[in-house]
Design a protein around this ligand. Sequence first.
Ligand code: SF4
Length: 327
Amino acid sequence: MTKTVRALGLFSGGLDSMLAAAVLRAQGIEVTLICFVTPFFGAERARESAAHLNLPLRVVDFTEKFLPLIYDPPHGWGRGHNPCIDCHTLMIREAGAMMAAEGFDLVFTGEVLGQRPMSQNRGSLNLIARDSGIAERLLRPLSAKSLKATQPEVLGRVDRERLLNLSGRGRKRQIALAEEYGIKRYPAPAGGCLLTDPGYARRLKELLARVGEATRQELELLKWGRQFRLPGGAKAVVGRTQRENEALLSLKTPADFLVKVEEYPGPLVLVGGAASDADREAAAGLAAAYSDAPEGTPVTATAGNGGPERVFHMITPGKERYKPWLV
Ligand code: SF4
């Protein structure tokens, strides 16, 4: 009796990764999915798509291993702050270690030749395969016929004839294949990784230029609110909605200050613990400017972090004044 072939697939939950899994499953290969998460990339889409495919999914947080790549990726960043070549390489290397430890036969991805200019051209695919250390057992089912045959194909454990030769950026064939494989729900292309989001990437670059290496809290904070760099160098984050105010509360460290206006509804403003008194006063101005207090109205703002509160009396400034500080 032939032993079942077991494949471990990198899975973002996007259509390409769904198709790659479906193509292998259609050959009778036992497919397990794995989604690597970081503060920039979650598993929500992967969970939904794996459930739709009815395939088992593992979610692995590999933040500690990934973080060095946002500081100094050997192969650089994409248009945002996304080190895609090194990120792919790391994920495949990690999956390769699981393959070896757990007796999987191969690792597969949903990469498509020529789909992304930086990370999915032929040179990058080869580079990623080589640097992952598992080139022989790394299968890209969607473009396999246009790539060098891997060991499972050569050994006949995977039927190369039933793999695909997709290439380029078009999605027509993928959409037709989704229909063929009974995939009815799949997410819109792109999105999902904050490092490719221009706003987040800009904030992250600004932060790293100052601090060199960021804490997990600083990375999480970049996701929320309006962000201002105060004249003394502290960061102030102004919540825009109730949900953002709650997020700021949950991310506050004991050292951070929360600033709010007393007499009018308004945002919470979170200011980093190292803020000077002048920066806390500037944050009080921000809290007033973004509150419901009409410009020119006298208000009181408080800044506290558990100890005695600092109280600021002021005339509500206009928002315009703070634009130059926006990150
Ligand atoms: S888009 Fe983000 S998660 Fe995807 S490979 Fe690039 S850096 Fe990694």
